[in-house]
Design a protein around this ligand. Structure first.
Ligand SMILES: *Cc1c(COP(=O)(O)O)cnc(C)c1O
Length: 341
């Protein structure tokens, strides 16, 4: 459903994304980071608040939290999904949270834990239903960073549609791209309207007058990007089947080798955006990275854990055993649909 008119292709693209993901509304933005920023603002995340997320993610998740003047709290990921662990989340909250006036307070810092942003790593769904239950119980707003998971489903429901807001990215490396772009998906009409308002300089609709009723942002997706994305979206099915074929070929290739190929978790259907294998230890992983890169095969480690970066070094952390385990052992493999398997 269209919230307001900012260009023909923007409207068309928003309608098609809403339809594909099964969400009532979609609001296109300049990129995934701006979509995250706006989603946090719509969740009333502000100066001094806290937002739970995973340390094993792309930096954009945490940058967006910082743009709001809020601080992240890092909770461990699951061994099965590489996404936020509901078990660790539940344990952390049972030890550290107290609910007062319908809000969740962190007993250690005295701050409000306003939101939780799990991420569907490499397009593999995290255990999002369990995470949602815990967030509901603790009065924490759930925002899904589904930047990597367009085309991924959990129990038949598209990722990004479990929380009150979900975020998609169409950056050049994502499963579909318009050169750049992002999107907020939600079932809540008021949130969708406010998202459109905030991303379009908060201009009050009028035929000729320029009046703005709050500090807004120029996060509107350009019509040109939307035109490209509309045509990319038509190819999504074929991209998804190429991705799955590449994953199957890797799975077959690695089946009698001493590495674990990461497959889609139970109850889910992954878009296999980025394939990955797990090594026995960091030493073996690093020698594989050296060998492949020196032979011109582009392999990469996962992100440096965000809690290790100087800007986030003082962040409150849960026990991050699984996150560290992955960060030392995972290698990403070339996964573009144009590679020949
Ligand atoms: C790509 C990505 C983003 C940000 O998207 P941009 O469009 O590049 O701003 C956010 N979170 C995750 C996990 C991503 O992979």
């Amino acid at each position: 459903m269209i919230v307001s008119s900012v260009g023909k292709f923007v409207d068309i693209f928003e309608e098609k994304i809403a339809e594909y993901t099964g969400s009532n509304f979609a609001v296109a933005t300049t990129n995934g980071t701006s979509a995250l920023h706006i989603s946090l603002l719509l969740s009333d995340v502000s100066l001094g608040d806290e937002v739970i997320t995973q340390p094993l993610t792309f930096i954009a998740t945490c940058n967006a939290i910082s743009y709001c003047g809020a601080n992240p709290i890092f909770i461990d990921v699951d061994k099965e999904t590489m996404g936020l662990s509901p078990d660790s989340l539940n344990y952390f909250l049972s030890e550290n949270a107290v609910i007062k006036n319908n809000q969740c307070f962190n007993k250690t810092t005295g701050k409000i834990i306003k939101a939780c942003v799990p991420m569907h790593t490499f397009g593999h769904s995290c255990r999002i239903s369990e995470i949602k239950e815990i967030c509901d119980k603790y009065k924490i707003i759930l925002i899904e960073d589904a930047a990597e998971s367009l085309g991924s489903f959990y129990n038949g429901k598209h990722t990004g549609t479990f929380g009150s807001l979900g975020v998609l990215s169409f950056n050049g490396n994502k499963i579909i791209t318009g050169g750049g772009g992002g999107c907020i998906i939600t079932d809540n009409e008021a949130l969708a309207k406010k998202a459109k308002h905030l991303t379009t300089t908060a201009k009050v609709p009028h035929k000729w007058e320029y009046t703005h009723d709050m500090i807004g942002y120029n996060y509107r997706m350009p019509n040109l990007n939307a035109a490209l994305l509309t045509s990319q979206l038509e190819n999504l099915k074929s991209f998804l089947s190429s991705k799955r074929n590449i994953a199957l070929a890797y799975k077959e290739f690695f089946k009698d080798k001493p590495y674990i190929f990461i497959e889609e978790p139970v109850n889910s259907q992954s878009n296999y955006w980025l394939n990955a294998i797990i090594f026995k230890d960091k030493e073996e992983r690093d020698s594989f990275l050296h060998e492949t890169n020196s032979k011109g095969v582009m392999t990469r480690p996962m992100w440096t854990l965000i809690n290790k970066l100087s800007m986030f070094k003082d962040t409150q952390c849960d026990n991050l055993d699984n996150a560290r385990w992955f960060a030392d052992r995972v290698v990403n493999l070339p996964s573009s649909p144009i590679i020949h398997s």
